[in-house]
Ligand binder design. Structure first.
Ligand SMILES: [Zn+2]
Length: 90
């Protein structure tokens, strides 16, 4: 069973990874392309970012509610504020 702090930390990480993907990965890819003339470092950064985003989605999917112990999210896993089962808010 997760603590309230764990739920908040995983939820924030998933949201930041989603929102910061474009403002982070595209400038890094552009800079790598300008400096090296090679697209591989930019593609690597973008791929690693997507893997981290997928990991945060998996972490949200397996997260347990601090109150009822059931899965915290059902469908809205980007920024869920309430438990999908008992409605516990954290
Ligand atoms: Zn619950």
């Amino acid at each position: 069973m997760a603590t309230i702090a764990t739920v908040r930390r995983v939820r924030l990480a998933a949201l930041l990874l989603l929102l910061l993907w474009v403002p982070t990965v595209f400038p890094v890819a552009w800079l790598c392309m300008k400096l090296t003339g090679n697209a591989t470092p930019g593609l690597l950064v973008g791929g690693l970012w997507l893997l981290a985003f997928a990991g945060s989605g998996i972490a949200m999917a397996v997260l347990r509610c601090p109150q009822c112990g059931q899965r915290f999210v059902r469908f809205n896993w980007i920024y869920p504020r309430h438990c999908a089962r008992c409605g516990f808010r954290c």
